[in-house]
Design a protein around this ligand. Structure first.
Ligand code: CAA
Length: 283
C-alpha cells in the first residue's frame, strides 16, 4: 500500500498541525473545511506557520511556497476521491464522525485508508459504519503536532496488518515515532494523561494548592515540560471533560469520575487557551 496523496478533514488545532507535517514531508494534501470562514482561518494559519519556519531558517521562501501549494482546499466532502490516506480531525462527536466516515466510504477510492485522529472514541465503532472496516485505523497525533514526536496508532478490531504497516511507515516518513495500541477507551495516551489532569483538578477543587503550585510541583518535581493544569488549558477543558466521560462510561470505574470543578469550568465557558481563559488567563 503506497501512500502518495493525503487528505485531512478539519483544519483546527489538530488538523492544522497534521496538514503542516504532511505538506512539509512533500505530500499533496486535500483539506476539507466546512465554511468560507474556516478556509480563511486555515489559509492564514498555514501562511503564519510556514512564514515562521522561514524566519527560523528551517526552510527557504521557495520551500514555503512549495509547501503551501501542496494544500488543496475542498468544501465538499464528496469531492475527496483520490487520496490514499484520509485523516479525519473534526470534533469529538460520534454521530458526526459516523456521518463523515459513511460519506468517505461512498466516495473515496476503495483501496484508500481511512484514519481518525480521535483522542478517545472507539475506532471499531467508527469502522463499523463503513464497508471497509479493515482499512479504518486510529492515527492519534499529539498537540502541538509539528513538535510532538508520537503518533499513537490504534488498531480497530478489524484493522488489517497491511493497513497498520502502511500507517506505521507513513508515520516514520513524516518524522514521527509510531506506537501500536489496541482499541480500548482512552487508548494509552489519554487513559494515563487524563487521570493525572483530573487528579490535578481535584487538588485545586479540594483546596490543596493553587494552580501555579500544582503545576510547579509537576514541572520541577517530575520534569514535565508544562504542568497538568496548563496542559488542560492547552488541550481544551471541554475536550478533557469529553475524554474523561468516555473513560468513565467505557470502564464503569469511579477512578475516571470527572472532577465537579472541571464540569463547572466547562459550563462557565472557561475552556482554556482557545477562549483566553481556563485555569489561567491568556492574552
Ligand atoms: N505549533 C507549532 N509549534 C509550536 C507550537 C504550536 N502550537 N507551540 C510551540 N511550538 C514550538 C515552538 O515554535 C518552539 O519551536 P522551536 O524550538 O523550533 O523554536 C518549540 O515548540 C518550543 O516552544 P517554546 O519554546 O515556545 O515553549 P516550550 O519549550 O515551553 O514548549 C511545548 C512548548 C512544546 C508545548 C511544551 O511545553 C510541551 O511539550 N508541553 C507538553 C505538550 C503535551 O503534553 N502535549 C500532549 C497533549 S495531549 C494530546 O495532544 C492528545 C490528546 O488526545 C488530548
Amino acid at each position: 500500500m503506497k501512500i502518495e496523496k493525503c487528505a485531512v478533514l478539519g483544519a483546527g488545532q489538530m488538523g492544522g498541525g497534521i496538514i503542516q507535517v504532511f505538506v512539509t514531508a512533500g505530500f499533496e494534501t486535500d483539506v476539507w473545511v466546512r465554511s468560507e470562514a474556516s478556509e480563511e482561518r486555515a489559509v492564514k494559519k498555514m501562511e503564519k506557520y510556514f512564514g515562521k519556519q522561514v524566519e527560523k531558517g528551517r526552510m527557504t521562501e521557495d520551500e514555503k511556497v512549495a509547501c503551501l501549494s501542496r494544500i488543496n482546499y475542498i468544501r465538499n466532502l464528496e469531492d475527496i476521491k483520490d487520496a490514499d490516506l484520509v485523516v479525519e480531525a473534526c470534533a469529538e462527536n460520534m454521530e458526526l464522525k459516523a456521518d463523515i466516515f459513511r460519506t468517505l466510504d461512498e466516495n473515496v477510492k476503495p483501496e484508500a485508508i481511512l484514519a481518525t485522529n480521535t483522542s478517545s472514541l472507539p475506532i471499531t465503532k467508527i469502522a463499523a459504519v463503513t464497508n471497509r472496516a479493515e482499512q479504518v485505523i486510529g492515527m492519534h497525533f499529539m498537540n502541538p503536532v509539528p513538535v510532538m514526536k508520537l503518533v499513537e496508532i490504534i488498531r480497530g478490531l478489524e484493522t488489517s496488518d497491511e493497513v497498520y504497516a502502511a500507517v506505521e511507515e507513513m508515520s516514520r516518513v513524516i518524522g514521527k515515532t509510531p506506537v501500536e495500541v489496541n482499541d480500548f477507551p482512552g487508548f494509552v495516551s489519554n487513559r494515563v494523561l487524563q487521570v493525572m489532569i483530573n487528579e490535578a483538578i481535584f487538588c485545586l477543587y479540594e483546596g490543596i494548592a493553587e494552580p501555579k503550585a500544582v503545576d510547579t510541583v509537576m514541572m520541577l518535581g517530575m520534569n514535565h515540560p508544562m504542568g497538568p493544569l496548563a496542559l488542560a488549558d492547552l488541550i481544551g477543558l471541554d475536550t478533557v471533560l469529553a475524554i474523561l466521560e468516555v473513560l468513565y462510561d467505557g470502564y464503569q470505574d469511579p477512578k475516571y469520575r470527572p472532577c465537579p470543578l472541571l464540569k463547572q469550568y466547562v459550563d462557565a465557558g472557561r475552556l482554556g487557551r482557545k477562549v483566553g481563559r481556563g485555569f489561567y488567563e491568556y492574552e
